[in-house]
Design a protein around this ligand. Sequence first.
Ligand code: PGA
Length: 252
Amino acid sequence: MSAPRRSVIAGNWKMHKGPSEAAAFLDRFLPLLPAEEDRTVILFPPAVSLGAAEERLLGRPDVELGAQHVHWEERGAFTGEVSAEIAADAGARYALIGHSERRHLFGESVEETVRKVRAARRAGLVPVLCVGETIEERRAGRAEAVVEAQLRPVLDAAGGGELLVAYEPVWAIGTGETASPRDASDMHRFVRSVLSGALGEDRARAVPILYGGSVKPDNAEELLGAPEVDGVLVGGASLDPEGFARICASGR
Ligand code: PGA
């Protein structure tokens, strides 16, 4: 029997919603969301919108904020970058690390993800490590090997502390293609076994594993009901307050 894990519904806004749109979203979204103790909602707005979102979230500890991306240094001459410390100061409690768009569009390496996970921990942020294979890798039967290669160095190097993992098959992100609940469960089970090997069974059991990739209001319930799926990381469908509230309502 595994210990109950809270269900996590996360929304990654990517490069959408400046401060005023973020505030307008929350003005519509929060009244639609009954606070529930066993569910956490995390929003990842653009870094410049964290402050405006934080103001709207006073009195709503069930909705938290995260940064989409952090630099590994604490401060310095890194024009355009946001450190984990700055993100934390702006209201973030989580940090997405290794999102496939960062890996594939911006060339983020596994080594960089390790440094970013360490930086997030240093700043008191909870890392949400994203892993996932491309369609070519899946067809070549390498999906598990690819996911393990993204996961293991982080687990080996980053030590203890709270962690979330998001399994996001690259072929399912923004494409309308979703992994079947069974495929998601199979990979989540595999991720859990890698976590167990590196962290020990007890700590591995406490790590929420989210599924991401074309999660929508009409498929969220089925995915969230799949064994080993502890939550979802939602991109496009998290931009609409009514739709995202429906997804949140699908959580256990
Ligand atoms: P999507 O994005 O829901 O639009 O497929 C998911 C993500 O990139 O986190």
